[in-house]
Ligand binder design. Structure first.
Ligand SMILES: NC(=O)c1ccc[n+]([C@@H]2O[C@H](COP(=O)([O-])OP(=O)(O)OC[C@H]3O[C@@H](n4cnc5c(N)ncnc54)[C@H](O)[C@@H]3O)[C@@H](O)[C@H]2O)c1
Length: 695
């Protein structure tokens, strides 16, 4: 039963009941249509109320049925809305808590709408690259006016019902202490005999000189929506509510909706939406796995990462003790946290009260005894196994039984770290990204012996900290950095063959990355990669790298922090200015290694950078380091600035077609440093089978 039917005197009440938010799935739609028909057939019933059980009126489409034939099966949402609108007895939508998407469109097909205050009213389809496809673009402007409806539809942002109380959207907004159903029934009794039945479709959108406003909106929205077509399509369909007759506007809306649903941009957004949800599911860790309570945290190391990590806990209201080796470092770390919050406060994004609350939750210590009672400790000390060993041996001594011992290491072997303790089941990697208080990604590294409850706790914690948690197995670089290493190698080889940093960066930025590899290197510090490579030259001499980045570091050009890297920088300006000596060094290096420089196309640049990551990702999937292709996409969308409209590297490769990706890889394998290209067996297999990573 997904909608209940009851009669209160002369009023039938249909209660949508499809937890958690009464999504309008097939069964719910069917039950609602039946309810209306039953009420029409019952001579004692004079009016109908539609409401929702539990935590919503309706959140809209049932996401469980997304992409399934059920989504379009009859009775469709259009049919349900038409049934309500054409009912010969008045239909009243009784709205509370959440009324979004198809839920709002259904209510707009009802003759009357009454609501509780504080209900979230929205048409959020644009966030999935779509537009409201069940009349929302035609009916909302008819009750809210052109401007307000356009803002809501283009932004998808919810507005509280009480803020809309004076619009024609609502016939009544009750007081917070009212009982919604009995108030709605009482309202229905008062209008039961009113004829003709008011219909939103019969209203006119009045907006003097609407063309000027619409043109202004087109310009603004176009400038703001980047590569996404949906916001502008929203403007055009809302425009149709003024310029076309209702029926024609509905046809236009349908046509534009069907167009958008086929666009790669919308597919990418929907992919990302589902990828985020599925990322927290681990096949052998069921949803009912017990989690450990996290009420108190500790962070070891108050440097760049430690400070940001601590802020995550503070933002979530979890007290943090920070431990350092020297008072000076501790003071500096705590001062940075304070300064970050002060800056947020200056921007008006944090109240003094919240600031005080957060600062009251953080304290510092030099003594391990002070952190023993923490439920989780996150280590963020220098990236050196010896230092990590000393810290974990100490943690094993002092931490209470059941405490989670987490490491923020980005490259070291978590299993080895766990081996420094007598409780490897309690050890896990929590790999935050810099700046840790901003970046959404949290790679959760599952060691060979990490307990399932520890993994479940880390996943739950990531949600509490408002991060996207993605599980990775143990390997060098985990998911994200292991892939980016191939990208960086190709960027270096491209320099050797004929490209210059600005060409590579521009091509990658045109593809949609916020920053190309060389500007990124200058931001992060080229010395970091240099240190890693020096270690690899010894540990893994078989891996080839371009020497250009080393030569750059030998010139003392570490990046923005030294005022110079691949580019020059001016004080107070983050703009990158190409540097003649650097470019000359690159050209000279090609001559030194006997490579004749050639003109390289932007397409080749993008293919080599992206496909080298995709190929590595195929290994990562095959080895079980990542659980699924969409997890890899999540890592790149939330941690590495991969363009959202392309859906992540795996989704993008699927869009290009894996046979095409493979053909390009085979071509590059014949070129300069071709040995860097060994097609991953999984990629070859899927390409041969005509499948995609995400299929
Ligand atoms: N910086 C990044 O972008 C980034 C991103 C992800 C992960 N990581 C990882 O995070 C960890 C920390 O990196 P960071 O950039 O914050 O380094 P950092 O040098 O800024 O900070 C390290 C801090 O640890 C302190 N420390 C060193 N030894 C200690 C000990 N034995 N006990 C207590 N404190 C000690 C130092 O005083 C310093 O304040 C490393 O494992 C690094 O690989 C860094």
């Amino acid at each position: 039963m997904t909608a209940e039917y009851q009669v209160h005197g002369t009023v039938a009440v249909i209660t949508l009941n499809n937890p958690p938010v009464n999504g309008l799935g097939l069964a719910t739609r069917t039950a609602a249509v039946k309810g209306i028909q039953q009420a029409l057939a019952d001579d004692t019933v004079k009016a109908i109320v539609i409401t929702g059980a539990g935590k919503a009126f309706s959140g809209g489409a049932d996401i469980k049925e997304f992409n399934s034939p059920k989504a379009l099966a009859e009775p469709s949402l259009h049919t349900l809305i038409a049934t309500a609108e054409s009912s010969t007895k008045p239909v009243v939508a009784a709205i509370h808590t959440v009324c979004m998407g198809g839920g709002l469109e259904l209510s707009l097909g009802c003759h009357y709408r009454v609501a509780m205050p504080g209900a979230q009213i929205a048409l959020p389809e644009v966030k999935l690259g779509l537009l409201p496809g069940a009349g929302g673009t035609q009916r909302l402007p008819r009750v809210l006016g052109l401007e307000m409806a356009l803002n809501m539809i283009v932004s998808g942002t919810p507005v509280a019902s009480d803020k809309l109380a004076n619009t024609a959207l609502f016939d009544a907004v009750f007081t917070a202490d009212a009982d919604l159903v009995s108030s709605a029934v009482a309202f229905a009794e008062t209008i039961a005999d009113v004829r003709p039945l008011p219909k939103v479709r019969d209203r006119k959108v009045d907006y003097p000189n609407h063309e000027a406003f619409l043109q202004f909106s087109r310009n603004t929205v176009k400038a703001m929506s980047g590569p996404f077509p949906a916001p502008l399509e929203c403007v055009e369909t809302v425009a149709a509510s003024v310029t076309m007759k209702f029926e024609d506007g509905m046809k236009f809306e349908r046509e534009r909706f069907l167009h958008l649903i086929q666009t790669t941009e919308s597919k990418a957004l929907r992919h990302a939406f589902f990828a985020e949800r599925v990322a927290s599911k681990v096949p052998d860790v069921p949803a009912d796995t017990p989690v450990r309570a996290i009420k108190q945290a500790a962070v070891i190391g108050a440097g760049t990462m430690g400070g940001g990590i601590a802020m995550n806990f503070l933002n979530a209201g979890i007290p943090v003790v920070m431990l350092e080796t020297k008072q000076e470092a501790l003071d500096k770390g705590l001062a940075t946290i304070r300064k970050n919050y002060e800056n947020t406060m200056k921007k008006g994004k944090l109240t003094q009260e919240k600031f005080d609350q957060r600062m009251a939750l953080v304290s510092g210590t030099l003594a391990y005894e002070d952190i023993g009672q923490a439920d989780i400790v996150v280590e963020a000390v220098f990236e050196d196994m010896g230092v990590k060993e000393a810290v974990f041996r100490k943690l094993d001594e002092v931490m209470k039984p059941g405490a989670i011992l987490a490491s923020n290491t980005s490259t070291l072997d978590l299993n080895q770290i766990a081996g420094f303790t007598k409780r490897p089941q309690d050890v896990i990697g929590t790999h935050f990204f810099s700046p840790a208080n901003v970046m959404k990604l949290l790679e959760i590294v599952r060691g060979a012996q990490t307990g399932k409850d520890v993994l479940a706790t880390a996943l739950a914690l990531s949600k509490k900290l408002k991060k996207t948690g993605v599980v990775s197995g143990v390997c060098d670089g985990f998911i994200g950095n292991r892939m980016i290493e191939q990208y960086s190698r190709q960027a270096g080889f491209l320099l050797e063959e004929g490209a210059l940093p600005e060409q590579v960066d521009k091509a990658v930025e045109k593809f949609g990355f916020a920053m190309g590899p060389f500007r990124m290197g200058d931001l992060a510090g080229n010395d970091i990669g240099w240190a890693i490579r020096k270690r690899r030259y010894v540990e893994k001499p078989e891996i080839s790298y371009s020497k250009t980045a080393d030569l750059l570091c030998e010139m003392g050009r570490y990046g923005q922090k030294t005022g110079a890297g691949w580019y020059d920088y001016k004080a107070g300006d983050r703009k990158a200015y190409p540097n003649e000596q650097v470019n000359a060094m690159i050209v000279q290096h090609s001559a030194d290694i006997g490579v004749a420089r050639r003109k390289i196309s932007d397409q080749e640049i993008v293919e080599r950078l992206v496909y080298s990551m995709v190929n590595e990702a195929a290994h990562i999937l095959e080895e079980g380091i990542a659980l699924r292709a969409s997890d890899i996409d999540m890592v790149y969308l939330t941690g590495y600035g991969f363009p959202l409209f392309r859906g992540g590297p795996m989704f993008y490769a699927d869009t290009v077609g894996l046979p095409n990706v493979l053909a390009a890889i085979n071509k590059y394998a014949k070129g300069h440093q071709g040995s860097a290209w060994k097609p991953a067996p999984l990629l070859v297999k899927l390409a041969e089978e005509g499948k995609g990573f995400n299929s």
